[in-house]
Design a protein around this ligand. Structure first.
Ligand code: AMP
Ligand code: ZN
Length: 459
């Protein structure tokens, strides 16, 4: 069994072996906390959460850092627009982000470094880059000198001419080369700033990640991830900074990038204004259904979001939970996820195939006749769910989950069921039937079993 991952750096699938199996290291670029995360922003944390779970199951110790970018011009603009202090904005949206991700079943990373808590490390790395001749100070700015790093462009596969053409948009008089990028910039008194050898200022976005990775995980990490829009310039610049600050030691051995989430085939982004916020979707759909939808396409493929996708995801999970509810009295066997699921995830995290395997397991479970068979299939289903971060709820709770949004009063349902059972006991079948009709009219399905009557909302 070997995990194969597509590495953006080499543009092919490669067998993954950690540098140190006793401590696998992974870093994913996290949110800039100035507003709510949209569902596209949730794709990287959910996808890399599956990888986090897979690595944990295989190696035990995984050091996984996902940063919080809490210094950024968009944050400054939001604070100004709302007349609020910067930290009021960043604290609020970092909290909301954590809650939203938890609702999507994303396990907390092992470290959540904040840029503002790493100013000393950022300044020290910039100083090292100046000392080694890879960066220079000019007019209160410090710039990375791109021609000083021969391998620049290797990650994104861009050639120097293309990059210079792109960088011309951003020509500043203090740049030695149009492709040079900012490591440090001056702050006016009304903006957040930190004292540095180049005056009061703040870091550029790219250097934040390089400095935090070094501090939290080390000079060379196993896996670096993010959305594919980050390959250039963000990740290309991270590579340049870290490699030059580390005498040529690579920043990351594997670079993984997720494809974009689209709506009506158009990329979802704040600038296009076609965003759906995670926080809003969570009011109308359970977190696991949203997660299922996010994992329904292979992570490198585009994923088109729609109401139908989320409705289908919810229906599929209903089927899985219903099957689990039917075997709630059967103790799960001591079995892990089936080989087909492991094989799928080992093949560059093929979640759609792993999810199709769950459908097979459910069909087998629903037609299983012996308790031993049911115990094995139940265990396989639950273990697969744990790897994908779904089926984490009590089936009965899930199946009643629509109660709050349906306007049905659970106490009323329970009371009608109790009355119906009393009527049946008294052999008043007419009254029992009337009560059953009243329950059905609420959109509730009941099922009589040896151990009592269970109920759920009709699907
Ligand atoms: P941003 O807020 O634009 O910096 O994005 C934060 C993270 O979300 C980055 O890792 C982006 O690559 C990712 N991201 C943004 N929009 C999308 C999208 N529509 N689909 C997938 N990932 C996205
Ligand atoms: Zn980054």
């Amino acid at each position: 069994m070997s995990l194969i991952l597509y590495n953006t750096l080499t543009r092919r699938k490669e067998a993954f072996q950690p540098l140190n199996p006793a401590r696998v290291t992974m870093y994913v670029c996290g949110p800039t906390v100035y507003s709510y995360a949209h569902i596209g922003n949730a794709r990287p944390p959910v996808v890399f959460d599956v990888l986090h779970r897979l690595l944990k199951s295989r190696y035990g110790q995984v050091a996984y850092a996902r940063n919080i970018t809490d210094v950024d011009d968009k944050i400054n603009a939001a604070a100004k627009a709302q007349g609020a202090p910067i930290t009021a904005i960043t604290d609020k949206f970092a909290d909301i982000y954590r809650q939203d991700m938890a609702a999507l079943g994303v396990l907390p990373p092992t470290a959540e470094p904040h840029a503002t808590a790493h100013m000393a490390e950022i300044i020290a790395m910039v100083e090292r880059l100046i000392a080694s001749g890879h960066a220079y100070a000019a007019e209160g700015h410090v710039l990375f000198h791109v021609p000083a790093f021969a391998a620049y462009g290797q990650l994104s596969g861009r050639n120097m001419d293309d990059m210079i053409a792109g960088a011309r948009v951003d020509v500043a008089p203090y740049k030695k080369d149009p492709a040079d990028f900012v490591l440090w910039k001056p702050s006016s008194p009304d903006l957040p700033g930190w004292d540095s050898p180049w005056g009061r200022g703040r870091p550029g976005w790219h250097i934040e990640c390089s400095a935090m990775i070094e501090k939290v995980l080390g000079p060379t990490i196993d896996i670096h991830g993010g959305g594919n829009d980050l390959i250039f310039p963000h990740h290309e610049n991270e590579v340049a900074q870290s490699t030059c600050a580390h005498n040529g030691a690579p920043l990351a051995r594997f670079w993984l990038h997720n494809g974009f989430l689209t709506m009506d085939k158009e990329k979802m982004s704040k600038s296009l204004g076609n965003v759906l916020l995670v926080n809003e979707i969570l009011k109308t759909a359970p977190g696991e259904a949203i997660r299922w939808a996010l994992l329904s396409a292979h992570y490198r493929q585009p994923l088109d979001w729609s109401d139908d996708l989320i409705a289908q995801s919810k229906k599929t999970l209903d089927r899985l939970y219903l099957a689990l509810d039917q075997v709630k009295h059967i103790v799960a066997a001591n079995t892990g996820a089936p080989a087909a699921v492991i094989t799928a995830l080992d093949d560059d995290l093929n979640t759609p195939i792993a999810m199709a395997e769950m459908a097979h397991l459910v069909r087998a479970l629903n037609s299983a006749t012996t308790d031993a068979e049911k115990a094995k299939l139940k265990a396989e289903l639950l273990a697969t769910g744990a790897m994908l971060g779904v089926l984490q709820q009590d089936p009965a709770t899930w199946l009643k989950g629509d109660v709050s949004s349906s306007g049905v009063d659970a106490a009323e349902v329970e009371s009608l069921i109790a009355q119906r059972n009393a009527a049946r006991k008294a052999r008043d079948f007419k009254e029992a039937d009337r009560l059953r009709d009243a329950i059905t009219a609420l959109g509730v399905v009941i099922e009589d079993r040896a151990d009592g009557t269970s109920w759920r909302m009709a699907g």
